[in-house]
Design a protein around this ligand. Structure first.
Ligand code: ADP
Length: 564
């Protein structure tokens, strides 16, 4: 038995543990999926940033693409002779001159120092496609030429030089191209294209990052100028820059815009906001499923426990019943044997033996009847022959028959009634069984104060029968069980009283079969009251009218007043 019980508990615990483990795994994998998706989304956005930077570089380099394949030796000659670039170079310069990225193009021959006032600097004029000597050139030409000249010279001297031109940016100010005579391995001169910074920021970079916004969620892009630590463009101005925000920085490559950094910040895990909804829905569905599963498991466990308890009670009952049946039979057998043997002849003893046999056979009969009652109600075979009756009459009849017996046990009996003529649909035989069971209980479970009160009253819907005693009462924790089959309160008194836990279950079934209900209220040491309610079939008023008009036959109708 113990092992069986322990096994059941182990199964329950294993079941619960399995559910918890599965739930844990599911929740873990849901979060894992979210994190992986978040990582994937981050990578996607990072690669978008790389593309973005590539596009911007492309726009900047575009005009000078292919310069490396052009012979540059004629440049010096053409400028000296015609004040123009040779054709192929000119085409590139024209593209740059018409590109809105640049707002000026200058040419500085090698050996000229653009940082000295009055130096020989040419400005390119797109209108007549000519080079004009100018004094009016920005100071950035000096910086830019300085940068590219140094770089190109170092490369030429180290012999690493492979291209006919070298490019160097002065941050976002100028793009500088050193033109090289590859045959003679010397510098020819320098082209300086000055950036239109307004256009760069407002018409190139900003629209690109704004467009980027359409593809992303949960992220922000900043273009930072680290020189003066300021944000020069962003797609979400409402979000303040914070370098602690998880993100990715990308420079424009080489010396292009080298004081600028483009940074993507993942404010809200980018996918989180996309996936969180799905995640929460999944979690809710999972939660509900787990609750159902746990509920089902606990319900199964609970019903198994209940069934086990019932079967235990049944087993106990069987042992009890066998014992109870054997005892009166043994007494009857012994008494009968003594009489039939002729051993007992004195009339006094004969009478005594006769009484024994009589009493024990009554006990036996009662017990068998009770068992049959249970069997009948269990199998639904109890036939209820309902007809309109007055409960006062039935209770009064019951007391007439049984008062002597109850009083003989030392009880005070009282019956309180309004003598209402209200009728209910009921089978009087079953009421008899109900009354005798409840009375038996009141007798069995009363010790010091022996007092049983019966009362019949009405309210607007029901006829109410109460049976109260001043007995030992029932503990609250047992009350919900006492109507269960085979249930007995296991305390010292009950151990002494005889019973099988069947009376109240029979009573409840019979009350319900008659369309009524039963409730109990009880207080330990103070007593117990059973309250039975049966719906009114014919009200008092109508009963009187019907009776006057003789609609109810006297067979089914018993007037309590007449009866008393
Ligand atoms: P039993 O055969 O044990 O009397 P019942 O079904 O009639 O079985 O009652 C179930 C249990 O309810 C009893 O064992 C007893 O503990 C409790 N009980 C029933 N009626 C009373 C009462 N009037 N006073 C106190 N306890 C009662």
């Amino acid at each position: 038995m113990f092992r069986n019980k322990a096994f059941r508990w182990i199964l329950l615990l294993v079941g619960v543990a399995a559910i918890i483990a599965l739930t844990g795994m599911n929740v873990y994998s849901l979060y894992d999926i979210r994190d992986r998706m978040a990582e994937g989304e981050k990578k996607r956005q990072i690669s978008l940033i790389d593309d973005l930077v590539g596009n911007i570089r492309n726009e900047v380099y575009q005009p000078f693409r292919g310069l490396g394949r052009i012979e540059l030796e004629p440049v010096e000659r053409s400028i000296a002779k015609y004040g123009k670039f040779p054709n192929q170079v000119q085409q590139r310069i024209n593209t740059a001159a018409t590109s809105p990225i640049f707002n000026g193009i200058y040419y500085t021959p090698d050996g000229v120092d653009p940082c000295v006032q009055g130096a020989e600097i040419y400005s390119y004029n797109y209108e007549d496609q000519s080079l004009t000597l100018t004094d009016d050139y920005p100071s950035t030409v000096c910086d830019g030429v300085g940068l590219v000249r140094t770089k190109a010279r170092i490369e030429l001297n180290s012999g690493q030089y492979r291209w006919n031109h070298s490019v160097e940016f002065d941050a976002h100010r100028t793009m500088n191209i050193g033109l090289i005579n590859l045959k003679e391995k010397r510098l020819i001169g320098y082209l300086t294209a000055t950036f239109d910074q307004d256009y760069l920021l407002n018409d190139l970079v900003t629209p690109m990052i704004e467009e980027f916004n359409a593809n992303t969620d949960g992220s922000v892009i900043w273009v930072l100028s680290w020189l003066n630590s300021e944000i020069i463009a962003t797609n979400r101005p409402e979000i303040e820059y914070d370098r602690k925000i998880d993100g990715y920085s990308k420079s424009f490559g080489g010396s292009l815009f080298e004081n600028w950094v483009i940074r993507i910040g993942f404010i809200d895990n980018p996918v989180a906001s996309l996936y969180n909804n799905t995640l929460y829905k999944n979690l809710i569905v999972l939660g509900v499923a787990v609750l159902f599963l746990l509920g089902a498991l606990i319900f199964m466990f609970y019903t198994a426990q209940k069934e086990r308890a019932l079967s235990q009670r049944q087993a106990g009952f069987l042992a009890n019943v066998t014992h109870e049946l054997k005892t009166p039979l043994a007494v009857m057998q012994a008494a009968g044997e003594n009489i039939s043997d002729g051993r007992v002849t004195e009339p006094e003893r004969l009478k005594q033996y006769g009484n024994h046999i009589f009493n024990e056979s009554i006990r036996l009969k009662q017990m068998i009847e009770k068992l049959l009652d249970v069997a009948r109600t269990d199998s639904g075979q109890t036939l209820i022959k309902s007809s309109p009756h007055n409960l006062n009459t039935i209770v009064r009849d019951f007391l007439t028959t049984n008062r002597e017996y109850i009083e003989a046990k030392g009880f005070k009996v009282s019956f309180n009634t309004t003598d209402s003529r209200t009728m209910i649909m009921i089978d009087p035989d079953t009421v008899e069984t109900i009354l005798s069971n409840l009375t038996e209980n009141a007798i069995k479970y009363s010790t010091d104060t022996k007092d049983i009160r019966y009362s019949v009253g009405t309210d607007s819907n029901d006829v109410i029968l109460k049976i109260s005693d001043k007995g030992i009462g029932i503990d609250k924790k047992h009350i919900k069980n006492i109507f269960k089959k085979f249930y007995r309160v296991e305390d010292s008194l009950n151990a002494k009283t005889k019973g099988h836990g069947l009376g109240l279950s029979i009573v409840k079934s019979l009350v319900e079969m008659n369309g009524g209900n039963i409730e109990v209220s009880s207080e330990i040491e103070k007593g117990t009251t059973f309250t039975l309610r049966f719906p009114i079939f014919v009200s008092e008023e109508k009963t009187l009218n019907l009776k006057k008009n003789r609609i109810i036959s006297t067979e089914t109708f018993t007037d309590p007043a007449e009866h008393a």
